[in-house]
Design a protein around this ligand. Structure first.
Ligand SMILES: [Zn+2]
Length: 317
């Protein structure tokens, strides 16, 4: 789901709720008017007084104005008593700040920003383990604290975890670096990139996350079948694009150029991208094009090492 779609949905939901509240209020008022003739009379007199006061205020007849205003105050009080006894209160807004209009002085209210954020997080959670993949539960104990082929997995992963946490804290959609996470399956690449995604989405940034095969096939379908490029444009323009499992998808010439256009356009605009891959740089250059590889070389690359955590977890059960 794109940022735009989440905002459209947030506004639509707010409108629906407000429409329901107003309709319920109107029905209760009408029922009261039907069952209580005094109340109906008071209401129509109040409408009349409102119009009269507006006219007389312009003419400057202060004596008549005062008389009408006094009557209005008195009738309003009587009306309030009847409303209270019928348990009809004013419409209670979910957001007092914007009275559920979604805007304050032409600017989008925080209630909409928060609702849109929640909608996006929920949408992502529905297809990915966003709730279980957090920094807090990234367990370094799964990585051996001993040298294997000249490198210590625990130390390596401790420094990568630190880098990811700092990446979130210092995130800037115009200046943050692009990252390339390499290494075999089951070493925590998805976990850490989902942690980054959760934190940044929660912080109000526009993050698009997707496995390469989903992202690209969705864009291909949109382009050729629906003749729109909503997902492509969102991937180009978002604050952070995360492509998981690059290399795991079937690569057509169209996807090759799609990938190049996306990473090149983001690169030129100074926008960060994070890519997870099981492939080496040489394999990436082979699978895609040297042009793609020439862009990926600029990324800060980190090699994940250790034992397959999914296997280790399965053995524990
Ligand atoms: Zn609001």
């Amino acid at each position: 789901m794109t940022r735009e779609q989440s905002y459209n949905l947030a506004f639509e939901k707010q409108k629906q709720v407000l429409r329901y509240k107003k309709a319920t209020f109107d029905v209760a008022m009408q029922n009261l008017k039907d069952s209580n003739p005094d109340f109906a009379k008071i209401n129509s007199r109040l409408s009349f007084l409102g119009a009269q006061i507006a006219t007389i205020a312009i003419s400057g007849d202060t004596k008549s104005l005062k008389k009408l205003q006094d009557e209005m105050t008195e009738l309003s009080a009587a009306r309030d008593v009847i409303l209270k006894s019928a348990s009809i209160g004013d419409i209670v807004y979910d957001c007092d700040a914007c009275q559920d209009t979604g805007y304050i002085n032409g600017k989008i209210c925080d209630c909409i920003h928060n609702a849109a954020k929640k909608i996006r997080l929920n949408d992502l959670s529905s297809s990915l383990p966003l709730d279980s993949c957090r920094f807090e539960n990234f367990d370094l104990n799964y990585y051996k604290n001993e040298d294997i082929d000249g490198a210590n997995p625990r130390k390596r992963m401790t420094s990568i975890l630190k880098l990811c946490r700092e990446y979130v804290i210092n995130f800037n959609p115009k200046t943050s670096e692009s990252l390339l996470f390499m290494g075999d399956t089951g070493l925590g690449k998805t976990h850490l990139t989902l942690s980054i995604t959760y934190e940044l989405l929660n912080g109000g940034f526009d993050v698009i996350y997707g496995a390469a095969y989903n992202l690209f096939s969705d864009m291909e379908t949109e382009h050729f079948e629906r003749h729109t490029n909503t997902k492509y444009n969102a991937a180009i323009n978002c604050d952070l694009l995360v492509i998981d499992d690059l290399g795991g998808e079937f690569v057509s010439p169209y996807i090759q150029s799609l990938l190049y256009n996306i990473i090149n356009t983001r690169d030129l605009g100074g926008k960060p991208t994070i890519i997870n891959t099981n492939l080496s740089m040489g394999e990436l250059a082979n699978k895609y094009t040297p042009r793609v590889a020439s862009r990926l070389i600029k990324y800060t690359a980190k090699k994940f090492i250790g034992n397959d955590i999914r296997q280790l977890k399965a053995l524990q059960k």
